[in-house]
Design a protein around this ligand. Structure first.
Ligand code: ADP
Ligand code: ASP
Ligand code: MG
Length: 407
């Protein structure tokens, strides 16, 4: 018995029937004597529907108003879940992010949590209530509604678990744990019993949307025991562990998972002078425009000029292109090219640290399928390549089998 924070994702609350099933499940935990704090997402598809509504009015919707709009999805599910919990005989109260003082910065649509005042939640728990909190949202210091970026309910769950010092933060979703790759792309993918925090951080940042990256960062920073489980099937799920050694067995694979990030776009600025300071002149305005840059490659210069290519999220490509068009005249660039049909495929594993030849196995597997690598980036425990979008699934499948991950 203890305090559990459970987060239920969009597909788990997609219909009234599922909300009732979640309520039954939560009520069972409560009957076993656990204190329960529940975080829910909007009904599946709802956030996308709201985004589309805004885009009918503005191409680049006003971020403050976008947050007011997007936060409504989660307000629907918290109230419905509380009603369903009451039908189970439970005392339950719903709260928006602002009501439980989830204070964020003012970066609308991708705000970061700064603090949580858990007093109100504690007071309800002490009265035996189940507390249901809207995921994905908070308020800034001026009381404006903010949202935490797509998939942000995971982060609400982990942040609440940290603030309340919960015994476990359980992320309930539509798969029964973290897999060696997205099981919807590779049916032979297998569930991992445990995955290190470090690997999970790479997987999340490289596109495995099963956990939002900020949730993993938060869990690591505040030492939150974190587990991913299926909402409606029993099973142990996957534990995200802080301890490398807990995960390493004799059979610890060199590569433990393959990640894919589909929302990449590539921007190339051609024929710029190959002199000190030029990369900063190109890339600083991009970060000033609040655009996150992912992979960067600069060519060797042939005639004292060079080409610089970088990738950004697809939704930022038009904005990045207009920023680069702005600096290209000043730098005397020959051309600016964009491509929004690329993806990033990555192999991840702490075992890579102690093994040579991992890159060549990766590149051989891709070559065998005639897949051209456009950009490469590496870190101690991952190798990522940018390739054409149409080869995405083939690349993931061939790497999954090249590294013996097929279950
Ligand atoms: P929720 O709505 O519950 O937050 P998400 O759709 O955000 O669920 O995340 C779950 C999905 O993540 C799965 O349905 C699966 O397709 C995808 N996914 C991607 N990579 C992985 C992985 N390595 N392991 C498990 N699921 C993954
Ligand atoms: N509803 C939000 C989204 O679809 C947040 C979440 O589900 O975690 O991104
Ligand atoms: Mg999610």
């Amino acid at each position: 018995m203890g305090l559990l924070v459970q987060k239920y994702g969009g597909t788990s609350v997609a219909t009234v029937k599922r909300i009732q099933a979640v309520a039954e499940k939560v009520a069972r935990f409560r009957q076993q004597g656990h204190d329960m704090v529940i975080v829910v997402s909007a009904m599946s598809g709802e956030t996308n529907r709201l985004v589309a509504l805004a885009k009918e009015i503005q191409d680049n919707p006003d971020p403050r108003e976008m947050d007011v709009l997007l936060s409504t999805g989660e307000q629907v599910t918290i109230s419905l879940l509380c009603m369903a919990l009451k039908m189970q005989g439970c005392d339950a109260r719903s709260y928006t992010g602002g009501q439980v003082c989830i204070l964020t910065d003012d970066a609308h649509t991708k705000a970061r949590i700064k603090s949580i005042d858990e007093q109100r939640i504690r007071a309800d728990i002490d009265k035996g209530r189940i507390v249901v909190v809207a995921g994905f949202q908070g308020t800034d210091s001026n009381g404006n509604i903010t949202t935490l970026g797509r998939g942000g309910s995971d982060t609400t769950g982990v942040a609440l678990a940290a603030a309340l010092k919960a015994d476990e933060c359980q992320i309930y979703t539509d798969v029964d744990g973290v897999y060696t790759t997205d099981p919807r792309i590779v049916p032979t993918a297998s569930r991992l019993d445990k995955v290190t925090f470090e690997e999970m951080l790479e997987m999340a940042s490289l596109g495995s949307k099963v956990l939002q990256i900020r949730a993993v960062e938060f869990a690591g920073k505040y030492n939150v025991p974190l587990r991913v489980l299926h909402s409606f099937q029993d099973g142990p799920g996957t534990l995200i562990t802080l301890n490398d050694e807990e995960c390493s067995t004799m059979e610890q694979p060199i590569v433990s998972s393959i990640a894919i990030h589909c929302d990449e776009a590539k921007v190339t600025i051609k024929g710029i002078p190959d002199v000190p300071g030029v990369a900063s002149k190109v890339l600083s305005p991009i970060s000033d425009a609040n655009i996150e840059i992912d992979v960067i490659v600069q060519n060797i210069s042939a005639d004292n000029t060079t080409d610089l290519t970088f990738t950004v999220n697809r939704s930022d490509m038009a904005k990045a292109q207009s920023v680069i068009n702005g600096v290209s005249a000043e730098l005397g660039a020959k051309d600016v090219l964009t491509d929004d049909s690329v993806v990033k495929v990555s192999i991840v594993g702490v075992g890579m640290r102690s093994h040579a030849g991992v890159a060549s196995t990766m590149f051989k597997a891709l070559a065998k399928e005639n897949i051209n690598i456009q950009m490469i980036t590496t870190s101690e425990i991952k190798i990522s390549v940018i390739i054409e979008e149409r080869y995405a699934e083939l690349a993931v499948r061939s790497l999954h089998s090249a590294f013996n991950l097929d279950g």
